[in-house]
Design a protein around this ligand. Structure first.
Ligand code: PLP
Length: 418
């Protein structure tokens, strides 16, 4: 493996900048957090991707978590091809919806009924609407720093006394006001907000393992505490398992930590790389959704057969030995990264839950240098200091060796004590 430059990537990105805002179709891809030019990816296989200059990169972006089997897994490719040959979308019920829906319900028992949609954003937005309808209350609580997609109500940051302020231009004060923001892992802060807004909070929305502020595991008792507070104040507990679902365990974080939410949002892995997401939960709640109930929600491409086939094939591969392997790779990567950092006297912390890992640096500039050095050595990390590295079941000894060799020199480049 020799990584040469990124000439063709740079040319393609220059063209893309004349077409898409920032040259990209989702902002984090633009490398603003790390500097430099994104690699344009032409293909992937297993744990690796190839950029437009032919560089072979060990991939920890993994489509931001969707690619848990690695790229172009043969069973998933076959399922997609077979389904596509029969027609990509009918806008009518198909057998695949049933098969994937039943497999999800079997894995995540709190989901008694569900609805497929096409993105995590759409799923969270719909779950929030449902929670408001079910409780007749306007407000929701989210955790500071958590990302739940780009629906207006979720693009909100903390203002004084937890009241929300728009975190994006175009979000109205009125919308932001109904979103309350408290720190993750802080039950006391949540309790005081629920007391202050007694009778007004429809839902407590949380990523059970925070994975969009770097990986932050829940403190012992935190998720059970959320369950108790939700019950005490009559709010619904909504787990956003778009990242953790089928990753931290087959049944997601709710299985791993044994806490049952009222509603669950899934995405990423359940589509095996295709645009599929879902929200679901207790039957009486989901029966409020149209056409049975008054909560309107619809989608032309929802449950489309190609996405369903990719999801079915993906989760069929997620057996206990696969989870054991993901955990083992995660452990070895964590230990190896810590050793490499110690050798280079780089002060970092590593947080990991299963196959999600973040290396926290003292400052973003150091992460930027580390990122660039890793990329130069053929390791493609998520281009932001506050994202998880996504390990796939296709990552093996060879990828681990290459990653750790790269990390040893990248930590030195990133700067130790200086
Ligand atoms: N929720 C979480 C926890 C996410 O990480 C994301 C996306 O990364 C979303 C929701 C939004 O999903 P999508 O990008 O499919 O709209």
């Amino acid at each position: 493996m020799t990584v040469v430059g990124a000439t063709r990537s740079a040319e393609l990105m220059a063209r893309a900048e004349g077409l898409f805002p920032g040259g990209v179709n989702s902002p984090v891809r633009a490398f603003r957090a790390v500097g430099g030019t994104p690699r344009v990816i032409e293909r992937g296989a297993g744990p690796r991707v190839w950029d437009a200059d032919g560089n072979d990169l060990v991939d920890y972006v993994g489509s931001w978590g969707a690619a848990i089997l690695g790229h172009a897994h043969p069973a998933v490719v076959a399922a997609i091809s077979e389904a596509a040959a029969l027609g990509a979308s009918f806008g009518m019920p198909t057998p695949g919806e049933l098969e994937l829906g039943e497999a999800i319900r079997a894995a995540v028992p709190s989901i008694e009924r569900l609805r497929f949609v096409s993105s995590g954003t759409e799923a969270v937005m719909s779950a929030v609407r449902l929670a408001r309808a079910a409780t007749g209350r306007p407000r929701i609580v989210k955790m500071a720093g958590a990302y739940h997609g780009h629906a207006d109500a979720l693009l909100v940051r903390a203002g004084s006394s937890a009241t929300g302020l728009p975190a994006s231009a175009g979000v109205t004060q009125g919308t932001a006001r109904d979103t309350l923001v408290v720190p993750y892992n802080d039950l006391a802060a949540l309790e005081s907000v629920l007391l202050a807004h007694r009778g007004g909070v429809a839902a407590i929305l949380v990523e059970p393992v925070a994975a969009n502020m770097g990986v932050v595991p829940p403190r012992p008792g935190y998720l059970a505490g959320l369950r108790r507070l939700a019950d005490r104040f009559g709010a619904l507990l909504v787990f956003d398992e778009v990242i953790t679902g089928f990753r931290v365990a087959r049944g997601g974080a709710q299985e791993r930590y044994a806490v049952r939410p009222d509603l669950t949002v899934l995405g990423k892995i359940i589509g095996g790389g295709m645009p599929v997401a879902a929200y679901g939960g207790r039957r009486e709640l989901m029966e409020l959704v149209a056409p049975l109930g008054p909560v309107y929600q619809a989608g032309t491409l929802s449950g489309n057969p190609v996405g369903m086939a990719a999801g079915i094939a993906t989760i069929a591969e997620l057996t206990p030995p696969v989870y054991a392997r993901l955990e083992e790779y995660g452990q070895r990567l964590e230990a190896g990264v810590l050793d490499a950092a110690a050798e280079a006297k780089a002060r970092v912390r590593v947080a990991r839950v299963a196959s999600l890992l973040t290396v926290f640096f003292e400052d973003d500039a150091r992460f930027g240098r580390f990122f660039a050095a890793m990329l130069h050595a053929g390791v493609h990390l998520p281009p932001s200091p506050y994202e998880a590295w996504f390990i796939s079941a296709a990552h093996r000894d060879e990828e681990l060796r290459q990653t750790l060799a790269a990390a040893r020199s990248a930590f030195a480049v990133a700067g130790g004590d200086g």
